[in-house]
Design a protein around this ligand. Structure first.
Ligand SMILES: NC(=O)c1ccc[n+]([C@@H]2O[C@H](COP(=O)([O-])OP(=O)(O)OC[C@H]3O[C@@H](n4cnc5c(N)ncnc54)[C@H](OP(=O)(O)O)[C@@H]3O)[C@@H](O)[C@H]2O)c1
Length: 315
């Protein structure tokens, strides 16, 4: 059987770590010649060396994709390896903040990196693919591109936009032998997710699981294209033996502070679970409430960074 990826040139953005590094490594292992790009040259070099140590071929090019000049320079440098066959738009970033408090400069950075750069790279690299009547553009989106969440407006909007871009581009080039796809991961165990000992990372989606989906799209039969793939984890996030998300979703809407306290009571006082749970809905006893809230606030303080992160982020 012929290997469809053999000697194909793949450009992977955000390839210095996390999902991008895993995609680059998997594609190199499948025979692709891989162009790695990100801002940190040391991280790129590490990935390049790992690929080369396994007998693969890689080229690293430093670029800040929020700048048009860097994007154009990247494309020029990449084409020294010949036409790019596969573009994997993976680099992404977002800063959590409410719409009211957000810095507009952060919105611009998010849109430029998560949406404008993928569009610009596609614009510059597609003509060669159209000429060859072959190729692929795969965008790494997010489940946040399907459902907005508080404090993630710019990130979510950029990922919604990436889905729209994917759908439009697919319609434009589907008959040119070019695959266009967006992959929507949930939480993935990468440096994007801050370390927290409460989080059982072994149950999270791994970066290579996303790389596997990229490989699947590239290897799919020539007469079909998996345009959109959502990847959710099998396990719910586990904090103290409980699913925080499941608990959160059973709460009545309430201010964040109270919501955190109620959840923490369940976590901190397992024996009182049924009573404290019912307290959340019926608000029965003021005395019990104050006892619980004392212990809750202790646990809340400990857990707040994780909870803030998780409730603010659907991934
Ligand atoms: N991890 C998750 O839970 C998760 C879930 C859903 C979707 N995603 C998406 O998956 C993609 C990869 O995420 P990840 O978790 O692998 O993130 P990560 O570990 O933070 O890696 C991000 C990569 O993008 C590069 N990058 C960041 N800003 C850049 C810029 N301005 N110009 C060029 N490169 C830049 C980073 O390198 P430098 O900093 O050196 O530039 C790094 O190589 C993102 O699009 C993200 O939105 C992640």
């Amino acid at each position: 059987m012929t290997n469809r990826l053999d000697k194909k040139v793949a450009l992977v953005t955000g390839a210095g770590r996390g999902i991008g590094a895993a995609v680059a490594q998997r594609l190199a292992a499948s025979g692709c010649r891989v162009i790695l790009t990100a801002r940190s040259s040391d991280q790129l070099d590490r990935v390049r060396e790992q690929i080369e140590a396994c007998g693969g071929e890689a080229l690293s090019i430093v670029a800040d994709l929020t700048g048009d000049e860097d994007v154009e320079h990247l494309v020029q440098q990449a084409q020294t390896w010949g036409p790019v066959d596969f573009l994997i738009n993976n680099a992404g970033w977002g800063k959590r903040a409410s719409v009211v408090r957000a810095d507009v400069a952060d919105w611009d950075q998010t849109f430029r990196l998560n949406l404008r750069a993928p569009m610009l790279l596609a614009k510059l690299l597609l003509p060669a693919m159209i000429e060859k009547v072959a190729g692929a553009v795969i965008n790494i989106g997010s489940v946040s591109g399907k459902r907005g969440e508080a404090n993630g407006a710019a990130y979510s909007a950029s990922k919604f936009g990436l889905i729209g871009f994917t759908q439009s581009l697919y319609e434009e080039v589907r008959e040119n032998g070019i695959k266009v796809a967006v992959i929507l991961p949930g939480f993935v165990d990468t440096p994007l997710i801050p370390p927290n000992k409460q989080l059982d990372r072994s149950k999270m989606i791994q970066a290579d699981d996303i790389a596997h989906a990229v490989h699947y799209v590239l290897n799919s039969p020539s007469k079909c294209c998996p345009v959109e793939i959502t990847i959710r984890q099998s396990f719910r996030h586990v904090v103290g033996g409980r699913s925080v998300r499941a608990l959160f979703l059973t709460q009545k809407p309430q201010p964040f502070g109270q919501g955190f306290a109620c959840l923490c009571v369940v976590k901190g006082k397992p024996k009182r679970r049924s009573r404290s749970d019912s307290l959340i809905s019926t608000n029965r006893s003021a005395a019990l409430s104050s006892r619980i809230s004392t212990s809750a606030s202790r646990v809340t303080r400990k857990m707040c960074p994780l909870l803030k992160f998780m409730f603010g982020n659907s991934e």
